[in-house]
Design a protein around this ligand. Structure first.
Ligand code: BGC
Ligand code: ZN
Length: 366
């Protein structure tokens, strides 16, 4: 079968490799890929900034946002809740032996020795078939079969939105207003999830919004601010309120200092963009420290997601789909046939929300 791979740390090295269809052990499941999403991490991998091959291999099969269908079940998998024909999404990170990983929280790995399928030390899903143990698979109801290729980014938004509430259980906390910086896939999902929790949500990017984003904002009652018109630091003044939760998802290190200063008293800032490289800025640390200390403010970094957040993501996708049919699917703005996926150029187009690689047309389940 065919798979798409890169040579780690080599720009422009995306190519097809011919690999055998995986042979499953009795404990494993064989999954046929239907589509795979691309994101900023894939872009970084394509540029050679990020990504490592599995031990003993010189290439890395890419792709970590998967959607597929169970093709074959190992003899020892009975009772796992899956059957041939089910739609599934696989999680990304695989544990090492640290205490967090051992507790099922590989997203909180203590050592950095985890692997991530399609990213770090383990092959990904940009291939016709992959194998997995059922414990790393999430069953997808057919009502969200179309948008479920975005469950992995949704799971990141779930973690970015859930953890603030867990952290703030340190006091009486009734957040009312949230600002989400960035309107990529995870940014839009984070705004939606905060709305579902009843907050007043302001979504911020540098543009007058596009029609698909407008539709999301209107359907869900999210406000939009163009940061080329209102400076980030002026947002609380412009909306006339303190901000309780800030989620930073722009991927731009230039925004981080302003984001950290944006929350009101007892507020929390969740930083979610993985920014490689270096960005040196001359900033007022006294002001930042003063604000953080006097306001009991929290700044927290959030990465990856464990299966618990994928499951939450399924439930929230189902309820969004029910309330606003087709809204989620509309975020898939570009579909590229797998055979044509030989470069990451498409990720340069800032007009796109989610770009996916298509492996086959969905056959409607009977
Ligand atoms: C993925 C995460 C991963 C992170 C860092 C993100 O694009 O969604 O699952 O942990 O990159 O590798
Ligand atoms: Zn670990």
């Amino acid at each position: 079968m065919k798979a798409a791979a890169i040579m780690p740390k080599k720009i422009g090295s995306l190519h097809f490799v011919e690999v055998p269809v995986p042979r499953i052990s009795p404990e494993e499941v064989l999954v046929r890929i239907i589509r795979v999403g691309l994101d900023g991490t894939d872009k970084e991998i394509g540029m050679g900034y990020y990504g490592t091959a599995p031990k003993g291999c010189d290439y890395l099969i890419v792709g970590h946002e998967s959607f597929g269908r169970v093709e074959k079940m190992g003899d020892g998998t009975s009772g796992c809740g899956l059957k041939v024909g089910d739609y599934v999404v696989a999680t990304v990170r695989r544990p090492d032996k640290c205490i967090n990983c051992a507790a099922g929280e590989s997203d909180m790995c203590l050592t950095g020795n985890y692997t991530e399928r399609g990213i770090k030390g383990a092959h990904g899903y940009m291939t016709e078939y992959y194998k997995e143990v059922p414990a790393n698979l999430v069953k997808i109801p057919s009502s969200i079969a179309e948008p479920a290729v975005m469950l992995e980014p949704m799971s990141i938004a779930e973690k970015a939105v859930t953890q603030p509430f867990e952290i703030q259980s340190r006091m009486v906390w009734a957040p009312k207003t949230a600002v989400v910086l960035g309107t990529g896939t995870v940014g839009l999902f984070a705004a939606m999830l905060l709305r579902l929790r009843g907050l007043d949500v302001v979504s911020v990017d540098r543009t007058e919004s596009n029609p698909i984003k407008e539709d999301i904002f209107k359907s869900m009652g999210i406000r939009h601010i163009n940061s080329s018109k209102v400076a980030i630091g002026d947002i609380p003044k412009s909306i006339g309120k303190n901000v309780d939760i800030v989620v930073e998802l722009t991927g731009s290190p230039a925004v981080v200092y302003d984001a950290m200063n944006l929350s009101g008293p007892n507020g929390l800032v969740s930083l979610v963009s993985v920014t490689g490289g270096s960005y040196v800025a001359n900033v007022d640390m006294a002001k930042l420290n003063y604000n953080l200390v006097l306001g009991n403010r929290v700044v927290v970094g959030v990465v990856n997601s464990n299966i618990k957040y994928f499951r939450k993501g399924v439930a929230d996708m189902v309820s969004i789909e029910k309330a606003h049919p087709g809204l989620l699917k509309g975020m898939i703005t570009r579909r590229v046939p797998f055979e044509e996926f030989d470069n990451y150029g498409i990720l340069e187009d800032r007009e796109q929300i989610k770009v996916v690689i298509e492996f086959e047309k969905i056959l409607k389940k009977g």
